[in-house]
Design a protein around this ligand. Structure first.
Ligand code: ADP
Ligand code: ZN
Length: 435
């Protein structure tokens, strides 16, 4: 039977959700206008005042915030509460460019941890569970967020942080961990290490995993589920909106419910800024409805996504987002063609390879070079050179079919591509160095 952390909120009627949002947005805009001169200026430039915002239907009138604004305003420019009211700072992992810092009051920490608690209960977590948190702890939001959620649910929390993979597995076995939280690439690495240690899914007690903070494919999900003998669930979030838990997957495993009582989501056309109707693909934009210290309004995530409100078998009513299809800035343009790393991953897993790969792009003269390094297994590696060359060609053909351009595929020795304990670095674009 489906369990909820806050059933009255998670299964509220759509009208009720909308009523909460309308009430909160009016207060929030006023709070930001009065306390954040940076955003007040943006509103004035656009000729909007708090009086123009009577409900979430008026949100389109507000100016956007972008990562560039966060950098401009670094460190205190978007703070809406006195520092003496704040109890925590977290920072982005800096996957793209300079870090940004976010501030939290105790209310903000509670709200964030509650969102993570909803995610843990949605995968079947109760106070009977041992929740192993193998996201990084520290400034990165993954560890602290899930740690807090796990406490709220009452799980026995194992704050492992990432790294030291054999020790992760030893603890997992000795303390009978039932829920694992980490990045999908690290879950995959833990799975590989388990098998290298001569163990299998039968030797551990995990039942579910909550994996997020980076894009991952359905193929990767199936691989991890098989290796660890679990159900693997997605979780999404970003430091700017608090951290993981903005949305999470339920038993349906078909998209993530956005915690709409706290975050209002829009999809916009990234080029024009126009709001797109439900079901269309575009850039995801979030407004935090009741965060106090760092309440971003209309923050452009650069994540490309689709929103759908549909009746979900889990009973939750909150709108669902699909897996982000890469960031708009994750997209590589190689020889004029748009390439997302997730497309390469899909091909690899379909063709029977593991998701250990790296994409290297460079420019020679005026032509882009496009190399994909793919690790083979010990078994495959013992094949003859002729067989390996044929495998490279087959893989390159499959990628050409998916992408429309031809990469040069290099099969490399097992274990030669560096493993990630946090977010994987899949792309090395050397072209930027020449700018
Ligand atoms: P950084 O921008 O430095 O990576 P964060 O650590 O806050 O900062 O990462 C937030 C970003 O991580 C999101 O905007 C999104 O691109 C990515 N992300 C988080 N969760 C997921 C997920 N479940 N699937 C795909 N991408 C995700
Ligand atoms: Zn659901």
């Amino acid at each position: 039977m489906e369990k909820y952390y806050q059933p009255e909120i998670e299964c509220a009627s759509v009208e009720q959700i909308k009523a909460w949002q309308n009430e909160k947005i009016v207060k929030q805009v006023k709070h930001v206008y009065e306390n954040v001169p940076y955003y007040r200026n943006l509103m004035e430039e656009k000729g909007v005042t708090p009086d123009d915002i009577k409900s979430v239907d008026d949100i389109y009138k507000l100016p956007f915030l972008t990562k560039a604004d966060l950098r401009d305003a670094y460190p205190y420019g978007l703070l809406a509460k006195p520092l003496s009211d704040c109890v925590r700072i977290q920072s982005t992992s800096g996957t793209t460019g300079k870090r940004v810092v976010a501030f939290y009051t105790q209310h903000d920490v509670d709200l964030w941890e509650e969102c993570c608690a909803r995610a843990i209960v949605a995968v079947g977590g109760t106070e009977e569970d041992v929740c192993q948190v193998a996201y990084g702890y520290g400034l990165f939001t993954g560890g602290p967020g899930l740690n807090g959620g796990s406490h709220k649910v009452g799980c026995l929390t194992l704050p492992m942080s990432s790294g030291n993979t054999e020790r992760q597995i030893d603890f997992m076995r000795d303390l009978r961990s039932t829920i694992l939280c980490c990045t999908p690439s690290y879950a995959h690495y833990i799975g590989e290490t388990l098998h290298e240690m001569g163990l299998s899914a039968d030797d551990i007690h995990l039942k579910a995993g909550i994996f997020g903070a980076e894009p991952w494919t359905e193929e990767m999900r199936r691989n991890i589920e098989k290796m660890l003998g679990i159900k693997a669930y997605d979780i999404y979030g970003l430091t700017e909106t608090s951290g993981p838990g903005v949305s999470f997957e339920c038993s349906a495993q078909s998209g993530m419910h956005i915690n709409e009582d706290h975050f209002y989501a829009e999809i916009i056309d990234p080029d024009t800024g126009e709001v797109l109707p439900e079901g269309e693909k575009g850039e995801l934009v979030f407004t935090s409805l009741d965060k106090e210290a760092f309440p971003l309004l209309r923050y452009r995530t650069r994540d490309i996504c689709i929103l759908r409100r549909e009746k979900c078998s889990c009973g939750r009513t909150h709108i669902k987002m699909c897996k982000p299809m890469g960031r708009s800035d994750d997209m590589l343009i190689i020889r004029g063609v748009n390439v997302f790393p997730s497309q390469i991953e899909t091909v690899l897993l379909k063709e029977g390879y593991a998701a250990n790969y790296q994409i290297v792009v460079d420019r020679v003269g005026s032509t882009d070079t496009f190399d994909v390094y793919v690790e083979v297994t010990e078994d495959q590696f013992s094949d003859t050179v002729r067989e390996l060359t044929a495998m490279e060609r087959k893989l390159a053909d499959a990628m050409k079919t998916m992408l429309g351009i031809n990469p040069k595929v290099h099969l490399v020795e097992p274990k030669s591509i560096v493993r990630s304990e946090g977010k994987a670095k899949r792309v090395i674009d050397n072209r930027k160095l020449h700018d």
